[in-house]
Ligand binder design. Structure first.
Ligand SMILES: Nc1nc2c(ncn2[C@@H]2O[C@H](COP(=O)(O)OP(=O)(O)OP(=O)(O)O)[C@@H](O)[C@H]2O)c(=O)[nH]1
Ligand SMILES: [Mg+2]
Length: 639
């Protein structure tokens, strides 16, 4: 069976609630204040079983000017509207405003109920009112909707109205129930023994008892303990159903109307939203850049400042791109409809469609901004995905986040990503995390990476390479670690970069000493070879040879990398051959001894304490020997 919701709309006192009661037998004005004042304040809920068996959920909205925000909340997720006009009064201000809201929210179909016809005994008057309504509906989605006269008190016309609703229901498109579950919350209350219950009209997906959901924008997780649809307990609820959800693990005070209950990781709270804004024809004056407005979407109302991106003002009846800067975070998806109302006096002034649910601050009057927004509004899925990949830049983006931003179905998105990847437009750099990056961004990053290596080789011609860590540190901020590794591996596979241990270098780079440097190197090495186990300070050697500081440092690094010199401790370097020789002699010693004491070691090396202690520590540290108390033994496997 299709899930269908019908909403009422119309001016105060025109008979909406009475009509719902005549249709369903349910009085939706439950509050004491509503009974006393005879008006609707909060949304009311009922359901109607049509003759053909179809069940229709009904949302009854208040007509009072002060509660239009409740009406907007109620109209969210509605498939059909019953526009109620009292025969004795005709079209009134909220008849107009409610119809405008339905238009802005893109309600597609409906019927007009001309109520209280028992109050009018003049058939000419009735014809006049009908004509008036017909004219009023010109150019709207209700343009050719039937106008059905009813009198709730006598039941006159009710059967005809039911027949029309049934006819409409048959043509309502069945909703998709795939995708992430989402329900804008319109009521929160506690039930004895059950805890917190929230209600709303599910606008997407499905939910089952036991599922974990998140209350947005707070990000509080809660478990679904129980579900009710039309007052009956169910295991599963879906898009298009009026649903009550009993939540476990959340206090009533932590949730409020306007919050959204949705699948984990399915929404991004944001204080910025890009939109296509339609300014109502009936608006009294142009909408100005930076105007203070009320942003309504789902069941929430949030104060916002309107940033017109294309002009200083928007004339009534015209439309344009805008960014809303909100006082509180909102959670929307691309394509969501919204309504704007003026700050004061409060009046509906426009509305439209969300293009980007979590954009960056946009620069106004800039061609690139407008081009991006045009893609967000009208782009093919592929262009849309590419735009979001580009925006994500060097940080890359998760497939799930792309889904939220584009609001494409899982299947559609997977297809686009595959298409883009095979065409070389996108790269999946993290399989497990399902993260992607734009190829153009990667190309730039690759150039940057190679540029950094090139700079390094120029700066340090005698060093064989740069540590991976240092190279990563020189990438622009926000570069993802996995993305960096993937790029580097790619360059290594292509043979452009070579990695040895932790050092990377351009394949083209080779350390080669100039003839004069080579001569110096030989002299230094000679001094160290001669000095054996009592080497001089490197600085002393190079100073005596008159080697400039910078070259001295480069030569040292190079000789260390080549293993000509070995660092035993800070500022203490030995000739590599001298150390090898020492190790050979130690092996001979251990052939005849179990262990060696410090004095024995001193004898063996013929060196002073200044050298013997660091040497012993070096041999321990490199796991050649092991220290036991005051003596050393050869480590197993030590050589
Ligand atoms: N005679 C007559 N009175 C009606 C009819 N429908 C509603 N009324 C009366 O009109 C008054 C207002 O009706 P409601 O149903 O509360 O009007 P509403 O549109 O729900 O009002 P709000 O929710 O406050 O906007 C009540 O006193 C009803 O009894 C009708 O068909 N005939
Ligand atoms: Mg009412």
């Amino acid at each position: 069976m299709k899930q269908i919701i019908l909403g009422t709309a119309g001016h105060i006192d025109h008979g909406k609630t009475t009509l719902v009661k005549a249709l369903t037998g349910i009085d939706t004005d439950r509050l004491k204040e509503e009974k006393e004042r005879g008006i609707t304040i909060e949304l009311g809920f009922a359901h109607l079983r049509l003759p053909d068996g179809q069940l229709v959920g009904i949302v009854d909205v208040p007509g009072h000017e002060r509660f239009v925000r409740h009406m907007v909340a109620g109209a969210t997720g509605v498939d059909l509207v019953a526009l109620v006009v009292a025969a004795d009064e005709g079209v009134m201000p909220q008849t107009r405003e409610h119809l405008e809201i339905c238009e802005l929210l893109r309600v597609k179909q409906g019927v007009v109920a001309l109520t209280k016809i028992d109050m009018v005994d003049d058939s000419d008057w009735l014809d006049l009112v009908k004509e008036d309504i017909r004219e009023f509906l010109q150019g709207t989605f209700l343009m050719s909707a039937p106008i059905i006269p009813v009198a709730a008190v006598s039941g006159q016309g009710i059967a005809e109205l039911v027949a029309e609703i049934q006819r409409l229901c048959q043509s309502v498109e069945a909703r998709s129930t795939s995708g992430d579950f989402r329900l804008p919350i319109d009521r929160v209350f506690t039930m004895k023994g059950f805890g917190t219950v929230v209600t709303g009209t599910a606008t997407a997906g499905k939910v089952r008892t036991g599922d974990t959901l998140v209350v947005y924008p707070q990000g509080i997780r809660a478990k679904v303990r129980g579900l009710q649809v039309h007052g009956e307990e169910v295991d599963e609820a879906m898009s298009g159903q009026r649903t009550a959800i009993n939540l476990q693990g959340i206090e009533k005070a932590a949730v409020e109307r306007g919050n959204v209950l949705a699948a984990p990781d399915s929404l991004i709270p944001s204080r910025l939203v890009d939109v296509r804004l339609q300014h109502l024809e009936s608006s009294p004056r142009p909408l100005k850049h930076r105007a203070k407005v009320r942003f309504h979407t789902g069941t929430c109302e949030i104060m916002a400042s309107l940033h017109l991106l294309e002009a200083e003002e928007l004339a009534p009846g015209s439309s344009g791109y805008a960014q809303l800067r909100l006082g509180e975070p909102v959670v929307v998806r691309r394509g969501d409809r919204f309504v704007l109302r003026s700050y004061s006096p409060v009046r509906t002034i426009g509305g439209g469609q969300v293009l980007h649910p979590a954009p960056v601050k946009r620069k106004r009057m800039v061609a690139s901004t407008l081009a991006a927004l045009a893609v967000l509004e009208k782009g093919e899925p592929l262009e849309l995905v590419r735009l979001h990949l580009e925006d994500a830049g060097v940080a890359g983006i998760k497939e799930g986040d792309l889904a939220i931003r584009t609001n494409l179905s899982e299947k559609q998105l997977a297809r686009v990503l595959q298409d883009l990847s095979s065409r070389g437009g996108a790269v999946q750099f993290d399989r497990e995390g399902r993260r992607f990056a734009d190829s153009g961004v990667l190309k730039k990053l690759t150039e940057l990476l190679k540029g950094q290596l090139e700079d390094f080789h120029q700066r340090e011609p005698l060093r064989s390479g740069m540590s991976k860590e240092e190279l990563f540190g020189r990438m622009p901020g926000g570069v993802d670690g996995k993305l960096f590794s993937e790029l580097l591996q790619g360059l290594i596979r292509q043979g452009q970069v070579v990695q040895e241990k932790d050092l990377v270098r351009l394949a083209s780079h080779q350390v080669a000493l100039a003839a004069d440097q080579e001569k110096l190197r030989e002299e230094i090495e000679g001094i160290y070879r001669q000095a054996g186990l009592q080497p001089p300070f490197f600085r002393e050697v190079t100073q005596s040879l008159g080697v400039p500081e910078a070259l001295s440092r480069q030569l040292l690094t190079w000789m260390l990398e080549q293993g000509m010199l070995v660092k035993v401790k800070e500022d203490l370097y030995f000739h590599g051959g001298a150390l090898e020789d020492l190790k050979r002699r130690l092996l001979d010693f251990f052939a005849g001894h179990e262990e060696i004491s410090t004095p024995q070691f001193k004898d063996l090396t013929q060196a002073t304490r200044k050298y013997t202690i660091p040497l012993l520590e070096y041999l321990d540290a490199t796991r050649f020997t092991i220290r036991i108390g005051d003596v050393r033994r050869l480590r197993e496997g030590g050589k």
